[in-house]
Design a protein. Structure first.
Length: 164
C-alpha cells in the first residue's frame, strides 16, 4: 500500500497521523517512515477483525503518539475499505438479514419505532428526575438562606447551623 505525499493549506494546519512536515517545504507532508509500518500492522489487525478501540490503544502505546479508534478507522477506510473481505462479508450478511417482504419491512419499522420511543421515554424520565432534584436543591437553598445556614452542593447535605 502506497502512502502518498500530501499538502496542507498553511503551516499551522493539522498534520495527519503517520505523516510529518517535509524539511524543505513545511506545506508538503511526507509519510513518517517510523509510523507507517506500525499503522500498516494496525490495519492488518483490523482486517483480521480485531476491535478498533483495542487496536488504537495498541498503536498509541507502541508508537507513543495517540490516535483515537475513530481516527484509526478513518485511516483504514481511506486505505483498505475497498479491498476488505471483512467489509464485504458484513455487507453480505446485512443483505441476507434485511427484510424481504413488505410485512417484514413493516415489522422492522415498528420495532425501530418502539426502540426509539423507549429511548425518548428514558430521556424524558431522566429530565423529570433532574427537575425534581433541582427543585429539592432550590428548596434547601431557600431554607438555608432564611435560616442563615450554608449549603454544601457537593454533598447536598445541610450542615449544622452557623449562627453568630
Amino acid at each position: 500500500m502506497a502512502w502518498d505525499n500530501k499538502t496542507r493549506p498553511n503551516k499551522t494546519a493539522k498534520i495527519p497521523y503517520a505523516y510529518k512536515a517535509d524539511d524543505d517545504d513545511p506545506l508538503v507532508l511526507v509519510p513518517d517512515q517510523d509510523l507507517v509500518p506500525m499503522v500498516e500492522q494496525a490495519m492488518d489487525y483490523l482486517d483480521e477483525g480485531h476491535s478498533s478501540r483495542r487496536t488504537a490503544d495498541w498503536l498509541s502505546e507502541k508508537s507513543g503518539k495517540t490516535i483515537s479508534h475513530q481516527g484509526l478507522s478513518n485511516i483504514w477506510k481511506a486505505h483498505r475499505s475497498e479491498t476488505s473481505e471483512l467489509l464485504k462479508s458484513r455487507k453480505k450478511q446485512r443483505r441476507k438479514n434485511a427484510p424481504k417482504t413488505e410485512s417484514e419491512k413493516r415489522v422492522k419499522a415498528a420495532k425501530r419505532k418502539r426502540s426509539d420511543a423507549k429511548r425518548v421515554l428514558t430521556m424524558a424520565e431522566k429530565k423529570i428526575d433532574k427537575c425534581k432534584n433541582s427543585k429539592h436543591d432550590i428548596t434547601l437553598l431557600k431554607f438555608a438562606q432564611v435560616n442563615k445556614l450554608s449549603f454544601d452542593y457537593s454533598n447536598k447535605k445541610m450542615p449544622r447551623s452557623r449562627r453568630g
